[in-house]
Design a protein around this ligand. Structure first.
Ligand code: UDP
Length: 195
């Protein structure tokens, strides 16, 4: 997939449609992808924090979510096709997943928010399978239990909503064990969907 380097982070240049078709291939070929929806706050965090930069650089797919990232690509004379917002990509992947009965695991937010999100997404996208969900208020001591639950659910897509400073490092830490085709941080999306 063509990319533009922004401070060494390879940001995808393709549009939403191509992004969805690329990730569809990833699901069908069982190729794990950490998908990061980059905004300028995350890029700034990476510039200040080498371990966060390493996570951004080693993500299999970084899409230009923030308009500031789109602007930066323009500034480098390597424009991206369009902004690919995380919230939109979440919905596009669920729409696509309906054709294939993809299994989806939702991790993050409060117990009430995640329960309501699971219910609304199942209603909105009856073709997908909500393979499992769990709230995002747990400590490192519970990681193993959470990982076991996710692995048992055998998801094609894993969406994690715990805030950018925690969700991306969590996915990066465990992606080689999870081996899920799409593992993506979605920030406050579940709060929006459930609200
Ligand atoms: N969240 C979570 N666990 C935490 C902290 C936050 O699951 O320990 C959830 C929170 O409920 C919300 C989402 O992460 O649904 C985004 O949180 P917030 O807006 O505070 O993070 P930001 O996007 O500002 O980094």
């Amino acid at each position: 997939i063509p990319t533009v380097p922004i401070f060494g982070i390879r940001v995808s240049k393709v549009d939403m449609k191509t992004t969805v078709s690329y990730l569809t291939d990833a699901v069908h070929n069982r190729e794990p992808h950490q998908v990061i929806t980059a905004n300028p706050i995350m890029v700034m965090a990476a510039l200040e924090n080498p371990s966060y930069m390493e996570i951004m650089k080693s993500a299999e797919l970084v899409v230009p979510d923030g308009t500031g990232v789109v602007w930066a690509a323009d500034y480098c004379h390597e424009p991206v096709a369009e902004r690919v917002a995380g919230f939109d990509l979440l919905h596009e992947l669920l729409r696509q997943g309906e054709s294939y009965k993809w299994r989806v695991y939702l991790l993050g937010s409060t117990p009430e928010v995640i329960r309501e999100t699971a219910s609304r997404l199942q209603t909105g996208y009856p073709g997908i399978v909500i393979a499992g969900y769990h709230d995002g208020y747990f400590g490192p001591d519970e990681d193993e239990q959470i990982l076991a639950g996710i692995l048992e659910a055998k998801p094609d897509l894993l969406f994690v909503a715990r805030g950018a400073d925690s969700q991306e490092p969590w996915i990066a830490k465990y992606k080689s064990r999870l081996q899920i085709p799409v593992m993506m941080g979605v920030g406050g999306s579940f709060d929006v969907i459930s609200g």
